[in-house]
Ligand binder design. Structure first.
Ligand SMILES: Cc1cc2nc3c(=O)[nH]c(=O)nc-3n(C[C@H](O)[C@H](O)[C@H](O)COP(=O)(O)OP(=O)(O)OC[C@H]3O[C@@H](n4cnc5c(N)ncnc54)[C@H](O)[C@@H]3O)c2cc1C
Length: 469
């Protein structure tokens, strides 16, 4: 441990950076960044952020306005898909026919400073949206872990963050303009084309292309985020208090140990200041330390002992405008599976997962993520009709996640979990329909009416929506 302070260790203790503690957990120096090679004479490959989905679309229109988009939809042949920032892990995006990019549909289309609403072009990345909204005196009530995604992709997959009283990004949408598969432009809201609105707020890109989304925001605000290392069991015992006390609260349990990172985020108070700093180099020191003990029988116990000894109760704090505090930088490529279980089932489900990883000696060290989300009324939202705890498991991008995820996925099923649409899972339409008993058929009816020939459906969408080719 020479030269490594608690703070330096803790600085590396968020998702991904603890990896090298476990033998075989660290990314290799030669991690492939591009799973499909460019081949002369063939269409340029498209690859998602995680590197686990790819395709070679013949056509890749990037319309710069709604008219161009409608024309692209009218002309498109074969299977048509739309892409935001390509940060979904599941196979929602790939098509070898027509892939429509939304990168040129960006910025604010309008805003009302008094009413705190903004019309946002669907291709706007969240990192651009923060400052744009701030200029209009507004801020998103919540933001996902990262701000690289496009608003359209986030809304289409019901992307969320954490906060018992805060909904997903989809829940913040109050009106949507949608270019349909046949190239018409339709506006919908709770009071206008309400069935379409309920379907479009989590559409998986199966209903056409959202162009503009009206968001109900909050007045600009500042946040302070406090990261701590605590005992997982003690946090779970106190969880109802933590969830009630903090505007946003989450856990990142450190598997194969009794510890967790906790992240509590609240409105900033006068005098709040950044404290502590991330040190990317700490991870290399840690990896060397672990490798030095990995050969020992009971390496797990040594690992736990080291974490407890070195981490103690240290903490670090970030403070600033909400859109700079909500998102984090993810430097490690990974694959992810996430399910949302009813909120009260969260602790039992988490304990089950931690025990399974330990008992079955699953060789994984990537921290889990445990968040809460308010209920909404969106037909295919993971939070439809119930407040939820979302629990994620991750594996490094250069490692095979399948055996690990296959061990964990049945645990989610036991707790009535609904998979995140943008993350990895193995459910098909009959299983998914059972998880959305109220509105599965309603969504299918809207989709069928808009796209009777299944122009927007790739094989993954046909499987999860139950539409044969
Ligand atoms: C590092 C990382 C961190 C993540 N953190 C979170 C997190 O904190 N919370 C969370 O919920 N998820 C998270 N995710 C998952 C992912 O971010 C979400 O699924 C996200 O919404 C994807 O956005 P995107 O713009 O990349 O969409 P894409 O992956 O490009 O597309 C996703 C879906 O949206 C559709 N779509 C895109 N644009 C439109 C449009 N204009 N109209 C209609 N449909 C459209 C696509 O067709 C596709 O079906 C994370 C992913 C990564 C890689």
């Amino acid at each position: 441990m020479t030269g490594m302070t608690r703070r330096r260790f803790l600085g590396g203790a968020t998702a991904g950076t603890l990896a090298p503690l476990m033998a075989g957990c660290g990314p290799r120096a030669t991690e492939p960044q591009m799973p499909v090679a460019y081949e002369l004479g063939k269409p340029l490959p498209w690859v998602n952020w995680a590197g686990n989905q790819s395709c070679r679309p013949r056509e890749r229109p990037g319309p710069e306005n709604e008219d161009a988009l409608r024309e692209a939809l009218r002309r498109a042949t074969g299977t048509v898909r739309v892409v935001g920032a390509g940060h979904s892990f599941s196979a929602l995006v790939p098509t070898d026919d027509t892939l429509i990019a939304t990168d040129l549909l960006t910025g604010l289309a309008g805003h009302d400073r008094e009413a705190l609403v903004a019309d946002v072009w669907a291709g706007t990345r969240l990192h651009d949206l923060g400052p744009l909204l701030a200029d209009a005196g507004q801020a998103l009530p919540n933001m996902p872990d990262i701000d690289y995604v496009a608003l359209g992709g986030a809304i289409a997959t019901s992307a969320h963050a954490t906060g018992q009283r805060v909904g997903s990004l989809s829940a913040g949408g109050t009106a949507i303009a949608l270019a349909t598969p046949s190239g018409d432009l339709v506006e919908c809201s709770a009071g206008r084309n309400s069935a379409l609105f309920n379907a479009a707020r989590t559409s998986l890109g199966a209903l056409g292309v959202m162009t503009r989304i009206r968001l109900k925001n909050e007045a600009s605000f500042e946040l302070t985020e406090i990261n701590r290392i605590e005992r997982t069991e003690e946090v779970l015992e106190d969880l109802p208090n933590r969830l009630a006390r903090h505007r946003h609260f989450e856990l990142m349990p450190l598997v194969h140990s009794d510890l967790t990172v906790t992240v509590a985020t609240d409105p900033a108070r006068p005098g709040d200041a950044d404290r502590g700093k991330d040190d990317p180099d700490a991870i290399h020191t840690l990896r060397r330390v672990f490798d030095a003990v990995a050969w020992m029988p009971g390496a797990d116990r040594v690992y736990n002992f080291l974490l407890e000894t070195v981490l103690g109760d240290d903490s670090f704090t970030r403070t600033g405008p909400s859109y700079t505090v909500f998102p984090h930088v993810r430097q490690v490529r990974f694959r992810e599976m996430e399910y949302s279980v009813p909120i009260d089932a969260g602790p039992a489900c988490l304990r089950d997962i931690l025990k399974t990883i330990r008992d079955r000696r699953i060789p994984v060290c990537f921290p889990l993520e445990y968040r809460t989300v308010a209920a909404d009324d969106i037909w295919l939202s993971m939070f439809e009709g119930r407040a939820a705890t979302s629990i994620s498991v991750h594996q490094f991008g250069d490692q095979d996640y399948r055996a690990y995820f296959a061990e964990i996925e049945p645990i989610f099923w036991k707790y009535d979990g609904r998979p995140h649409w943008g993350k990895l899972h193995t459910l098909d339409a009959p299983r998914l329909a059972a998880l959305y008993p109220r509105h599965w058929k309603d969504f299918r009816d809207v989709r069928e009416a808009l796209d009777p020939t299944g122009k927007m459906l790739n094989p993954h969408l046909r499987t999860i929506l139950g539409v044969p080719a």
